[in-house]
Design a protein around this ligand. Structure first.
Ligand code: S3P
Length: 423
């Protein structure tokens, strides 16, 4: 696997970057287009390996995806795959597809790479079984998952304890195939992309601020124009935020509230943030974001704010180094079961670069020392750690070597090339 060394030439960031298509929306557009019978169009699909895992999986079910066109026989006519479906590194592919298949007549086995094979899937079991769905995990509650082969799914209601968009979406997509309406509730802070698109498709509505009821029935073929990914833009926002006088503009990205926690954190720390809604895709807001660097102060992050910044917490640690005081992150035990144990890998990254950080069971405290020395970062083959390390590298005094840096291609192939052009 390819390591990469970045030496910071100390140049001020001033840039406008159209980041690649949003990963969460790409998975959902592909799945909804595949559930529908007929031809759908998806533009701006995320280019990363995770989205490709969903494309390949749908191919095994008889869905044809060429360029921007998705041709599906409809979920009722999907083929039974003749081999296990490999979801690669993609938790979203595995969880959402497990949901869709659990209440369908198609029987399939879902597998993943070494990281995905260790991630918790038992959280899907109870919600999907409430609908009469079939899902079986390993004794450890992980993949491989055996799903589907069901013709009598029924409506039901669940409340889940984690603000997980993946579990919510798995349930909601499974509920399309039930015999009656179904409702799911959870704590706040989740990205509500699936709910917004099901609502736009006439297949459900909010029954409280956090509870959504799905009305079962078909999905029509549609056109999905995917905006840029705020979780990719976040690397550029972080770079701008830590350099007083720097500025980055990221046009046309998803501005779903469940994705904006990191921008709120940067603003609380003292960065200048402008987010302007310019339109929507299926009722899900999109728009332009400008971040300008200012001197930063430490903040405490927990609760709903944490949930809506979950994927950006590696960056919170890097930015925290440049914020005066101690930045505290708590309520983040979900980070222990991401592509790596991110609490451990974040701490190892900051320490390897000469920063000060202490971990807790559900978070960490990072000291605003104001500088990073450089060093060698083990990424645990986690894309968001590798990419956060690249941001750290561009703010560090000495060179930074990122082990297995190529893992960035999971979400953003070409990430380092984009950085190099800006720097
Ligand atoms: C995602 C939801 C989040 C997020 C993941 C993508 C999605 O996971 O961390 O990167 O597209 O639904 P959880 O729902 O497990 O919190």
């Amino acid at each position: 696997m390819a390591d990469r060394t970045i030496k910071n030439p100390h140049k001020l960031l001033r840039a406008e970057v159209q980041v690649p298509g949003d990963k969460s929306l790409s998975h959902r557009a592909l799945l909804l287009a595949a559930i529908a019978e007929g031809d759908s169009v998806v533009t701006g699909l995320g280019p990363g390996a995770d989205v490709q895992s969903t494309v390949t999986a749908l191919g095994q079910l008889g869905v044809t995806i060429t360029d921007e066109k998705i041709r599906s026989p409809g979920i009722a006519n999907w083929s039974t795959p003749d081999a296990p479906i490999d979801c690669g590194n993609s938790g979203t592919t595995m969880r959402l597809l497990a949901g869709v298949l659990s209440t369908s007549s198609v029987q399939a086995t879902l597998v993943g790479d070494a990281s995905l094979a260790g991630r918790p899937m038992h959280r899907l079991v109870e919600p999907l079984r409430v609908l009469g769905g079939r899902i079986e995990t390993s004794p450890e509650g992980t993949a491989p998952l055996a799903v589907g082969g069901v013709n009598d799914a029924r409506g039901g209601s669940v409340t889940i304890e984690v603000a997980s968009a993946q579990v919510r979406s798995a349930f909601e997509l499974a509920a399309l195939n039930a015999s009656g309406p179904s409702t799911i509730d959870s704590p706040a802070g989740f990205r509500d992309h699936t709910e917004r698109w099901l609502n736009a498709a006439g297949r459900g509505e909010w029954t409280s601020a956090t509870a959504f009821t799905v009305r079962p029935g078909p999905i029509a073929p549609a056109r999905y124009d995917i905006p840029g990914d705020p979780s990719s833009a976040a690397f550029l926002w972080a770079l701008a935020a830590v350099q007083p006088g720097a500025e980055v503009l990221t046009p046309t990205i998803s501005l779903n509230a469940g994705r904006l926690g990191f921008l709120q954190i940067l603003e609380k720390m003292g960065a200048e943030v402008e987010a302007v809604v310019t339109g929507d895709v299926g009722g899900d807001p999109i728009g332009n974001v400008v971040v300008r660097g200012r001197s930063l102060a430490a903040v405490d992050i927990s609760g709903d704010l944490l949930a809506s910044a979950l994927d950006e917490i590696p960056l919170v640690a890097v930015v925290g180094v440049f914020a005066e005081g101690i930045t505290r992150v708590s309520d983040a035990s979900e980070l222990r079961v991401k592509e790596s144990d991110r609490i451990a890998s974040i701490a190892a990254m900051i320490r390897a670069l000469g920063g000060g950080i202490e971990t807790t069971d559900d978070g960490f405290e990072v000291v605003g020392t104001g500088f990073l020395e450089g060093g060698v970062v083990e990424t645990d083959r986690d894309h968001r750690i590798a990419m956060a390390a690249a941001v750290a590298a561009l703010t560090a005094d000495g060179p930074v070597t990122i082990r297995d840096a190529d893992v960035a291609a999971v979400s953003w192939p070409g990430f380092y090339e984009t950085l190099a052009m800006l720097w």
